[in-house]
Design a protein around this ligand. Structure first.
Ligand SMILES: *[C@@H]1O[C@H](CO)[C@@H](O)[C@H](O)[C@H]1NC(C)=O
Ligand SMILES: *[C@@H]1O[C@H](CO)[C@@H](O)[C@H](O)[C@H]1NC(C)=O
Ligand SMILES: *[C@@H]1O[C@H](CO)[C@@H](O)[C@H](O)[C@H]1NC(C)=O
Ligand SMILES: *[C@@H]1O[C@H](CO)[C@@H](O)[C@H](O)[C@H]1NC(C)=O
Ligand SMILES: *[C@@H]1O[C@H](CO)[C@@H](O)[C@H](O)[C@H]1NC(C)=O
Length: 395
C-alpha cells in the first residue's frame, strides 16, 4: 500500500521514544488544582460546546472527533475520513513545546483503493462559539465546524490547500445525543462510584473530570474532499463526539479502547478504559436500534450482572509501529431485561490501521451482529486503542 503523508504528526516523537513514557512524571496534584478553575458548570454549556478552556499555559485538552466511512471495494479497507479538531494535546511529555500550535486539525483515512492519507493542519486560532445548542468552531487558516441547533447535523469544512485538504463532511444523525452514562445531566462518570470510594489522582481525573459528549451516535455521512489533489467522495455512515480533560490522557489513563459501529439499523459505541496503575476499569455500552436506545450504561467492569456490556479484543496482528495488537473486538450487550445482543467488529489487520503509532492505533473495518439468536446484520466500524501506558497485548 502506498502512503501519503502531507505533514508530520505532532505526536510523532511518541513512536520513536516510547520508553520515555515509562519515566513520565507529571504532577497530578497540580493538574487537579488547575482543573478546578477550568471547569464550567456543565448545565450551562451547549451539549457539543466548549467545556474547558485549554490554553498554551495550562495542561487541558479538548477535541471534537468524528468519522465517515463507506462500503469497501473488494478486499480494501473501507474508504474513510476521520477528523479531530484539537485544542491542546491529548498526549504530553512534560512542558508544552512552545513551537507547537495550540490549535490544529488532524485528519486520517483511506481512499477506496486502500491508500492511506493523514495530515496535521496547524491553526492560528481554535474558537468555539454557541447560540443555544448550535455550536460553531473556527480553526483559523485550517477549517471550521457547525453543529445544528437541534443536533441533527454536524458539518465540517477544511480549507487548507497548502496542507492538501479542501472540502467538507456532513453527518446527518440517526439517533439522539447522549452522554456516556444513562443520564442527560452530566458528561462525567462519577455515577459508577459509591460515595465512599477513595480515588487515586489518575482515577479522579478519569472518573470525575474527563468528559464525553456524543452528539451524533450514528449518522449518514456525505464526504466531498480534495486530498492532495485527489478526490474522496462518498455517501456512507458516520459518528461524532467530543472529549475534554484537564490534563493529558497519559496522566490518567494506561489503556483506552473505543469503538463505534453502524450495523443494519443498530448504532453502537463503547469505551473500556484502565486508569493509570489501577485495576478499576471504566466500561460503557451504548446500543440503539432505529434511534431507540436499548442500552446506555457506564460501570466499573465486573460490578453488574445485567444492564452491562462486555468488551473483548481478539486476534493478533503485528502493527507496523512494532507492537502486538488485536484485529477486532466482540461487544456483548446484556440489557436490564436480560436480552442479549452481540457484535463483531473486525479489521483486515495493519493495512486498515491509521494512525499506527505505539500509543495510538485506529482501525476501519466491517461489523456484524444483532440480537443473539436472531438475524445477523452487516455494517461498518471504526475502533481505536489508545495505549499511553504501553500495556502489552496478547491473546
Ligand atoms: C490559561 O488558563 C489558566 C487557567 O488554567 C488561566 O489562569 C490563564 O489566565 C489562561 N491564560 C490565558 C492566556 O488565557
Ligand atoms: C437510559 O436507558 C434506557 C434503556 O435502558 C433508555 O430507554 C433511555 O433512553 C436511556 N436514557 C438516556 C438519557 O440515555
Ligand atoms: C489510490 O488512490 C489515490 C487517490 O486517488 C491515488 O493517489 C493513489 O495513487 C492510488 N493508489 C494506487 C496504488 O492506485
Ligand atoms: C504508575 O506507576 C509507575 C510505577 O510505579 C510510575 O512510574 C508512574 O508514574 C505511575 N503513573 C501514574 C500516571 O501515576
Ligand atoms: C468476527 O469476524 C471475523 C471476520 O469476519 C471472523 O474471522 C471471526 O471468526 C468472527 N468472530 C466471531 C467470534 O464471530
Amino acid at each position: 500500500m502506498q502512503e501519503l503523508h502531507n505533514a508530520d504528526t505532532f505526536c510523532e516523537s511518541w513512536s520513536v521514544a516510547p520508553m520515555r513514557l515509562l519515566s513520565l512524571t507529571l504532577s497530578l496534584a497540580s493538574s487537579l488544582f488547575v482543573a478546578a478553575s477550568l471547569v464550567e458548570r456543565p448545565d450551562r454549556i451547549p451539549f457539543d460546546g466548549q467545556y474547558l478552556k485549554p490554553n498554551a499555559s495550562n495542561t487541558a485538552v479538548e477535541w471534537w472527533w468524528g468519522h465517515a466511512i463507506a462500503e469497501p471495494t473488494g478486499n480494501n479497507p473501507p474508504a474513510a475520513f476521520q477528523y479531530l479538531f484539537y485544542q491542546g494535546y491529548p498526549f504530553a511529555l512534560g512542558p508544552r513545546d512552545p513551537t507547537l500550535p495550540e490549535f490544529y486539525i488532524v485528519v486520517n483515512g483511506f481512499f477506496p483503493n486502500g491508500t492511506r492519507f493523514s495530515g496535521t493542519i496547524p491553526a492560528t486560532s481554535g474558537t468555539v462559539t454557541s447560540h443555544a445548542q448550535e455550536v460553531a468552531g473556527s480553526w483559523g487558516g485550517a477549517g471550521s465546524f457547525r453543529g445544528s441547533p437541534d443536533l441533527s447535523t454536524f458539518t465540517i469544512h477544511l480549507d487548507a490547500p497548502e496542507y492538501g485538504f479542501v472540502g467538507s463532511v456532513k453527518l446527518t444523525s440517526r439517533a439522539a445525543h447522549h452522554f456516556g452514562c444513562n443520564t442527560t445531566s452530566g458528561p462525567y462518570f462519577e455515577s459508577i462510584l459509591d460515595q465512599h470510594t477513595t480515588l487515586s489522582a489518575a482515577e479522579e481525573i478519569l472518573f470525575t473530570k474527563l468528559g464525553w459528549a456524543i452528539s451524533v451516535p450514528g449518522a449518514v455521512s456525505e464526504v466531498d474532499m480534495k486530498i492532495n489533489g485527489a478526490r474522496l467522495r462518498f455517501t456512507g455512515q458516520g459518528y461524532h463526539d467530543a472529549n475534554w480533560a484537564p490534563a493529558p490522557l497519559n496522566t490518567a489513563v494506561d489503556s483506552w479502547f473505543f469503538g463505534t459501529a453502524s450495523v443494519g439499523d443498530y448504532d453502537l459505541s463503547y469505551i473500556s478504559v484502565s486508569p493509570s496503575n489501577s485495576t478499576r476499569t471504566l466500561n460503557t455500552g451504548y446500543l440503539a436500534h432505529k434511534g431507540i436506545v436499548l442500552q446506555n450504561q457506564c460501570s466499573l467492569e465486573g460490578t453488574k450482572s445485567k444492564d452491562r456490556s462486555v468488551i473483548k479484543p481478539y486476534g493478533l496482528d503485528q502493527s507496523s509501529s512494532g507492537v502486538p495488537v488485536p484485529t477486532g473486538f466482540i461487544i456483548d450487550y446484556i440489557l436490564g431485561n436480560g436480552e442479549m445482543y452481540s457484535f463483531n467488529l473486525s479489521s483486515v489487520g495493519s493495512s486498515a490501521q491509521n494512525p499506527d503509532e505505539v500509543v495510538y492505533h485506529r482501525w476501519v473495518g466491517q461489523a456484524s451482529g444483532g440480537k443473539v439468536g436472531g438475524v445477523s446484520e452487516q455494517g461498518l466500524t471504526v475502533f481505536e486503542w489508545l495505549n499511553p501506558g504501553l500495556v502489552p497485548y496478547s491473546v
